[in-house]
Design a protein around this ligand. Structure first.
Ligand code: PAF
Length: 290
């Protein structure tokens, strides 16, 4: 595996791979890698990539002043070793100074899809995400880039940015990787105590309860949100940040249920904030009165 810490070295290695006819697949991460990230690598390969680039960069511009930038889990030595084991071709490991050199002052300004839910609770978060993702895409210039659907709004923001700014990349969104008890895999799960870890799957269970109700024909956002809320309130220790029924494309309240629907939730559990979502494709619902 090539280890590159500068933009020039990264570009030079990728240029060689491209001349050799390789298809570049890119997985941007913030490190502390787990099976969820490895499934993104597999997804890049199944989509035709044969030169896999992974970046590890804990991006300061996407963290608010009272968020967990400082304590975000990091383990560079372990990450390097596991990526070697996964036959990754290039690891890009830039410092903050490489990504944001002194004088750097331009940010991507995200639009409506970045406003609700995470955007409302984490002001500036998606501008930071979009900025770093655009910079990374400009550095790596991959044929395809893979993102996990656990961060559904991040996927929507990036999809919108790529379309709006004519970024020449194919985006691939991979299904959320889950633990045996269905907790969505996340580097932040490492913050959970054993007791909290046992409670954490309640978020996904609540979202699934909402899904079951929709599939049974309850097409009423207020009723679904109340039902999900009740399911969470049955689990002591969880504080609801939001639980929402939204249009999976616009992230607004759905005009009706003939759209792809997203059930999205964020809860606090001790010092940890967990997010998750369930996507319901309109084609998977039956409208008996049609
Ligand atoms: O999802 C993440 O890990 C980050 O938001 C990303 C896409 C690597 C940008 O920093």
């Amino acid at each position: 595996m090539i280890l590159a810490t500068t933009i020039d070295d990264t570009r030079a290695a990728i240029a060689k791979a491209r001349v050799a006819g390789r298809t570049i697949g890119f997985i941007p991460t913030m490190g502390f890698l787990h099976d969820g990230h490895f499934s993104l690598i597999d997804t890049a390969r199944t989509n035709g990539a044969d030169f896999i680039v992974v970046s590890i960069f804990v991006n300061p511009t996407q963290f608010g002043p009272n968020e967990d930038f400082e304590r975000y889990p990091r383990d560079e030595a372990r990450d390097k070793a596991v990526l070697e084991g996964k036959a990754v071709d290039l690891l890009f490991l830039p410092s903050v100074g490489v990504m944001y050199p002194p004088g750097s002052q331009t940010l991507v300004h995200t639009g409506a899809v970045a406003q609700p839910l995470e955007g409302e609770r984490r002001p500036g978060h998606f501008d930071g995400v979009a900025t770093v993702v655009l910079k990374l895409l400009n550095i790596v210039q991959p044929d395809l880039a893979v993102f996990g659907r656990k961060d559904a709004q991040q996927c929507a923001v990036i999809e919108r940015m790529v379309r709006d700014l004519d970024v020449p990349v194919k985006l691939v969104f991979a299904e959320t990787a889950r633990e045996d008890d269905d907790l969505a895999r996340s580097s932040r799960n490492s913050y959970l105590s054993a007791d909290e870890r046992a409670i954490a799957p309640a978020l996904y269970r609540a979202l699934r309860a909402g899904e079951v109700a929709i599939r049974r024909g309850i097409h009423d956002s207020v009723a679904i949100e109340a039902l999900m809320r009740k399911a969470i309130e049955e689990s002591p220790g969880l504080t609801i940040d939001y639980l929402a029924v939204i249009d999976a494309e616009t992230f607004l309240a759905p005009a009706d249920f003939r759209r792809d629907i997203l059930l999205a939730g964020a809860v606090k559990l001790g010092r940890t904030r967990l997010i998750d979502n369930v996507r319901i494709a309109r084609t998977s619902l039956h409208f008996s009165h049609l």
